[in-house]
Design a binder for this molecule. Structure first.
Ligand code: NIG
Ligand code: FE
Length: 418
């Protein structure tokens, strides 16, 4: 008997998130899903599953009428860092702004100091707690940025820790080099010299070590100008690395347009983007990554122009932006909920933002993000009556019954000395 399927999931409702299936959530109710060699090899109504006795099946998993979704994708995080910024949270509640704190040497720079001082082991331990919570909540793919080192040694340390964490949880980790996150103290008033370092030393070395899947920057008046970010993007391009950008988070700098010019995978935040920026993103196929956690935590009042993104056909992903300053959040379910309550997403749009569109924002759209024939069997099985429940709970990380993944191959062990 030929073994056609390693695992067959039965008695399941499938939220495929495949836009070509004309049903909310691309749903196939009373479905079955067969996996072979880590890939989806059969998907459809259970009644249509071939009855042929020659079809061998390894394990049969009864989903007991629950729902299978693609594994959740968190496409924008700064999950690897040391320490916390609870004191700055108190300062902000007493009236100091995020920008004031940054200009006075706090903000990102205070996390840089803690992260530089942390041993790889400490950084690993602190970050494990956060990634473990995400794993427990059904996240299978996480993007992790550097950017709290701002020197080559610490940036490399962060990226190595990120890769190692993926190995620990068998999660798909996409690493992003974010050297242009803030001006380090030793380069105060010499931002251009720091950009020289990023372009001429850091990007070449990180590319050589194979430690980054993409390059990001922070284009803002408290960070880097469009002209400086352009140089970073040009260096990334030279080394064949795709780009993405923190753009129009606190003001409109034209960062989204610049990102589109470089066919960026995504432009992220975007509360202050204008229609021209949106049109440029639409033309370039750049995904808008919206971060309701940072909007909420910074008590921002300007919402990203969700209707304009829709009008121009710019796909919207969602992410936690997990970081110690603007979004100390690890729960994907809280983000799904916030997107609905704060940004007027439907629960279906929200789930698409943390599956299919999140995958596109990472350049992984052909591999993961939907339940489709030939894609990775990267999915979560939930004991829920309807997928809208994933956006419904507040403050509870809804745990899947089971997470099933293909063999993740991009997490080679990156050794370092403890
Ligand atoms: O995505 N905007 C810049 N970077 C992060 C915040 C980093 C921090 O405050 O530590 C963000 O909001
Ligand atoms: Fe961010």
């Amino acid at each position: 008997m030929t073994k056609y399927f390693d695992t067959l999931f039965i008695n399941a409702n499938l939220a495929t998130m495949n836009p070509n299936i004309d049903a909310p959530y691309g749903a196939i109710e009373n479905g079955a899903l067969g996996v072979k060699d880590g890939k989806i090899a059969w998907i459809g109504k259970e009644t249509n599953f071939p009855q042929d006795k020659d079809i061998g099946v390894g394990e049969v998993f009864d989903c007991e009428g629950g729902w299978i979704t693609p594994g959740l994708v968190d496409c924008h995080t700064h999950l690897v860092f040391s320490g916390n910024r609870a004191k700055e949270f108190e300062m902000r509640l007493q009236g100091a702004s995020y920008e004031d704190i940054a200009r006075n040497g706090g903000g990102i720079i205070s996390t840089v100091k803690a992260t530089r001082a942390a041993t790889p082991r400490l950084l690993h331990l602190e970050s494990t707690v956060r990634l473990g919570d995400m794993f427990d909540a059904g996240v299978t793919t996480v993007e992790i940025k550097s950017g709290y080192g701002l020197d080559l040694e610490t940036e490399v340390k962060m990226l190595r820790v990120a890769k190692q964490l993926g190995k620990k949880y068998d999660m798909r980790i996409q690493t992003t080099f974010l050297g242009a996150h803030a001006i380090p103290p030793e380069y105060k008033d010499r931002a251009d010299d720091y950009i020289d370092l990023v372009c001429n030393e850091m990007i070449p070395k990180i590319a050589e070590l194979g430690l980054a899947d993409a390059v990001d920057g922070f284009c803002e008046n408290i960070a880097f100008s469009p002209a400086q970010i352009r140089r970073v993007f040009e260096a990334a391009k030279k080394y064949g690395l795709p780009v993405k950008l923190h753009a129009e988070q606190l003001s409109n700098q034209g960062g989204a347009k610049l990102a589109a010019e470089f066919c960026a995978l995504s432009a992220d935040h975007l509360e202050y983007i204008d229609e021209d920026g949106i049109k440029a993103m639409a033309a370039a196929g750049t995904v808008a990554v919206l971060l309701p956690g940072a909007y909420y935590y910074l008590k921002e009042t300007q919402k990203p122009p969700v209707e304009l993104f829709k009008k121009h056909g710019v796909p919207m992903a969602l992410a936690t932006d997990c970081n110690p300053g603007s979004s100390p959040i690890v729960s994907p379910h809280l983000i799904l909920n916030m997107a609905c309550t704060l940004f007027d997403f439907t629960p279906e749009e929200a789930l698409a933002g943390m599956t299919r569109i999140g995958a596109t924002a990472l350049g992984l759209g052909s591999k993961i993000g939907t339940l489709e024939l030939g894609k990775s069997a990267d999915m979560a099985i939930w004991s829920i009556e309807h997928p809208s429940e994933l956006s419904y709970w507040v403050g509870m990380n809804y745990a899947p019954t089971k997470v099933f993944k293909d063999v993740i191959q991009n997490n080679e062990v990156i050794p370092y000395d403890y």
